[in-house]
Ligand binder design. Structure first.
Ligand SMILES: [Zn+2]
Length: 516
């Protein structure tokens, strides 16, 4: 029969499955989304151009359940990867981290962040209903993933265990306003350069419409209640992103960054409130240079968030760039090892120069299309080469870099499976419509094929089963989705709907219908 696949079972049962269903030998039915979207009571999800789009709404447990249900298969894969990644990175199993993180944070989460706790309970239940065995403890630990290296350095009494003697660093970003942009309003861009084996899970776009606080849409990973990458837009008109401060090492156990930034996204009304929430019970984990823009006041703000020290700058006419090193001399000298700030052999110094040059070059002309070009830039400042994608370029490609100019041997090794896996851009108009443009795979569109990479760099062969191909994908606009809450009264019934032109058109026109 056309389009149907034959599925055989050990007990000599044979059925014909339609193309959107995948049936395994244990009679589990997996729905393959292709061009379809799936809906349940409190949410909708579909896959598009390398991204998994999820929109959920309602009370914490309800929206969490829908989110977990849609992400069950993805989280199953993540669990398998974490078994490898945690041993490879720390020499300790994922189970150890689940136990220790919950000993340190579970009670705090229940006491101080009950709403987020209930949402994570819902996620765990949804995951289980979707076929992935997990529990609240694992979801709490997963939402602490970005903080693990900071917390663990204190826990393990080995603060210099990780590369460079301090935290890892990710991402390029900028935010510009006033004379720098075509319309004088805010333009923002970001990419995440990460280790492929875990960064490859940042391909979720989540529209979260809570019963309290502001709705927001963000890039994230399956089952995460905050962004982590970070890139988001809120119904209050705040655009947010960050780049990490590389080599950061002090840590004190207080509120995890994931809870603080999530609270800011959902409840923050002004740039001042964002700073206040981030600074309250700051742990120093995932220390970042945060960039926030308020489309209501047309103002942008950068907070370099160290532990003892922080530095806030704001402007209605200017730009901020993010390149993984702090301007603040106190943070740079007292809280960071080997910042790389002036070192153009490294990505910090090189992008400090290049992103600054790009802001100058495009002054008055920065818009969404220019932002996409800037974030995909391959100019090598150190070698003065126009197109030399590598560890130093705005669009990062460590996997192509021989690292012959490495100035710090503790830094990433030659050809590490690491680099930009995405790109995201937004301006004030898109933010008003609760949308942004995103590209999966790399900011420039260069495809990555694991088998070819491993063939060339056999030292990383054991990573092969844990790194997925990332073909070239187009820039794609995402926005909030309310279609599942209209007209569909069927409760708890899994339904497949054809997602075609209508869905695509809607991404251009849908307006913010949230609680504002
Ligand atoms: Zn590139």
């Amino acid at each position: 029969m056309d389009g149907f696949s034959k599925v055989e079972f050990s007990q000599s049962v044979t059925i014909l499955a339609p193309p959107f269903l995948k049936v395994d030998g244990f009679l589990n039915v997996h729905i393959l989304y292709y061009n379809m979207s799936s809906k349940i009571k409190n949410g909708i999800s579909y896959n598009k151009n390398g991204w998994k789009y999820v929109s959920v709404k309602g009370k914490p447990k309800e929206r969490g359940y829908a989110y977990g249900f849609f992400c069950a298969n993805d989280f199953k894969e993540i669990q398998k990867s974490l078994e490898f990644i945690m041993m490879e990175s720390f020499g300790m199993p994922w189970e150890y981290f689940i136990k220790e993180i919950n000993e340190d944070f579970k009670e705090m989460t229940q006491r101080e962040f009950i709403e987020f706790y209930e949402e994570m309970e819902g996620i765990a239940e949804g995951c289980n209903a979707g076929g992935c065995k997990t529990n609240i403890d694992e979801i709490i630990a997963w939402n602490f993933y970005m903080s693990i290296p900071y917390w663990y350095s204190t826990k393990s009494q080995n603060p210099t265990a990780k590369e460079g003697g301090g935290s890892k660093d990710h991402c390029s970003a900028f935010m510009a306003v006033g004379d720098w942009t075509t319309d004088g309003k805010i333009v923002c861009a970001h990419n995440s350069f990460v280790e492929f084996q875990d960064g490859q899970y940042l391909n979720v776009i989540l529209d979260l419409n809570p019963d309290k606080g502001h709705r927001f849409i963000m890039q994230t990973s399956p089952c995460s209640i905050w962004s982590g990458s970070d890139f988001f837009v809120t119904a209050k008109g705040i655009i947010g992103t960050e780049t990490t401060i590389g080599g950061f090492y002090p840590y004190e156990k207080r509120f995890p960054i994931g809870y603080r930034i999530r609270k800011a996204m959902q409840y923050g009304n002004t740039l001042d409130e964002y700073c206040k929430i981030l600074l309250s019970e700051n742990s120093g984990d995932y220390a970042n240079s945060w960039l926030f823009g308020d489309i209501n006041t047309n103002e942008i703000l950068r907070i370099e968030l160290g532990l003892k020290y922080h530095n806030i700058e704001r402007t209605k006419n200017g730009f901020f760039i993010g390149f993984n090193a702090p301007y603040d001399q106190r943070i740079r000298n007292l809280e960071v090892n080997n910042s790389g700030f002036y070192d153009v052999r490294r990505h910090q110094g090189a992008r400090l120069v290049r992103l600054g040059d790009l802001m100058d070059e495009h002054k008055g002309k920065i818009n969404i299309e220019v932002a996409k070009k800037i974030i995909a830039d391959h100019y090598d400042v150190y070698l003065e080469k126009e197109n030399n994608p590598g560890s130093r370029t705005v669009c990062s490609h460590y996997n192509l870099d021989a690292r012959e100019y490495m100035s710090d041997p503790s830094r990433p090794k030659p050809f590490e499976p690491r680099g930009a896996i995405d790109g995201a851009v937004c301006d004030s108009i898109m933010a008003k419509n609760m949308s942004f443009d995103a590209r999966w795979g790399s900011s420039c569109g260069t495809p990555f094929k694991t088998s070819e990479y491993i063939k060339k760099h056999r030292q990383y062969a054991i990573f092969a089963p844990y790194i997925k191909d990332r073909p070239s994908e187009p820039w794609t606009e995402f926005t909030i989705d309310d279609s599942y809450s209209k007209g569909n009264k069927r409760k708890n019934k899994f339904r497949l709907t054809k997602k075609g032109k209508k869905m695509n058109d809607k991404t251009k026109t849908i307006k913010n219908t949230s609680d504002e």
